[in-house]
Design a protein around this ligand. Structure first.
Ligand code: ATP
Length: 264
């Protein structure tokens, strides 16, 4: 008999309030290693706040996060990155005047060892690090078939390609847990499907555990292995996509009373 593996991530009794307004109330759930967990819920449900807690930007009022067996009330963003938690953002947060490769390299800055002085003086350690970072960026761009755009200025690229660059930056430091805030926002159906396929491939090939926020329920129910539904900061439902789709509370609160039809 095999023992089930411990969760990659546990959110345990987390609460968060902003000046007395509750954003998250006593929220608990688990994310298994290598699963894609989708957080869904209406606007203001607390989804982005939770991602901000998971990568150390917000400090919860109570509760704890258990990541790979270690307990944290708060993890500083730098520590979260060094421990293998990567983050992609809701709005395009790229440096639009910089090249694709330099944007991806920016995802490694928190892992730099060379000091600013060593960099300014182009000392050997800084030069070796720069070379290593550039090689790693090119390797990751290869996963997205973007090597030919390495030196292209980001602002000149179509939005869908920029979203791929953003994903490349989020994974360049080889995180084990990837947090994505609406990675499909602002895309047409074909672009959404392409990015969803890339996310599924990253999950499968790189064995990445992924927690993502997404409003397109049709895509979520096909992409995610596990769905957590939030409403007013509380957990409304937690389980496999099929159970979520048929959950009357979820349908009433979030899906507007209509059962979601999903293409086979
Ligand atoms: N920095 C902040 N200061 C004050 N209130 C905040 C802050 N961030 C979030 N909130 C409030 O906390 C609640 C949860 O917001 P949050 O952005 O986490 O929801 P969300 O589910 O991600 O919404 P959306 O889908 O619109 O992005 C909302 O009432 C919001 O107004």
């Amino acid at each position: 008999m095999t023992t089930p593996s411990p969760p990659a991530l546990e959110v345990r009794n987390i609460s968060l309030a902003f000046k007395g307004v509750k954003a998250i109330s006593d929220l608990s759930f688990e994310v298994a290693p290598r699963e894609i967990c989708a957080l869904i819920g209406p606007n203001g449900a607390g989804k982005s706040s939770l991602l901000n807690i998971l990568n150390g930007v917000y400090v919860p009022n109570s509760g704890e996060i258990i990541f790979e067996g270690e307990h944290f009330h708060r993890m500083q963003p730098l520590e979260a990155a060094r421990r293998g938690i990567g983050r992609g953002f809701q709005n395009n947060a790229l440096f639009s005047g910089m090249s694709v490769a330099d944007n991806v390299i920016a995802g490694l800055s928190r892992h730099a060892r060379a000091t600013l002085l060593e960099e300014a003086l182009l000392l050997p350690r800084a030069r070796a690090e720069t070379r290593r970072f550039r090689e790693r960026a090119h390797e990751v761009l290869g996963l997205f078939n973007l090597e030919h755009h390495a030196e292209t200025i980001v602002a000149t690229l179509p939005y869908g390609v920029q979203k791929k660059v953003e994903l490349a930056r989020a994974i360049v430091a080889a995180p084990r847990l990837l947090l994505l805030d609406e990675p499909l926002a602002g895309m047409n159906a074909a672009e959404k499907q392409e990015i969803a396929d890339i996310i599924a491939t990253l999950n499968r090939e790189l064995k990445l555990t992924i927690v993502l926020i997404e409003h397109d329920i049709g895509i979520v129910l096909k992409l995610a292995h596990h769905v957590v539904v939030l409403d007013y900061g509380r957990k409304l439902a937690d389980g496999a996509p099929d159970g979520i789709r048929d959950n009357p509370e979820v349908i009433a609160a979030y899906l507007g009373g209509d059962k979601v039809e999903i293409a086979a």
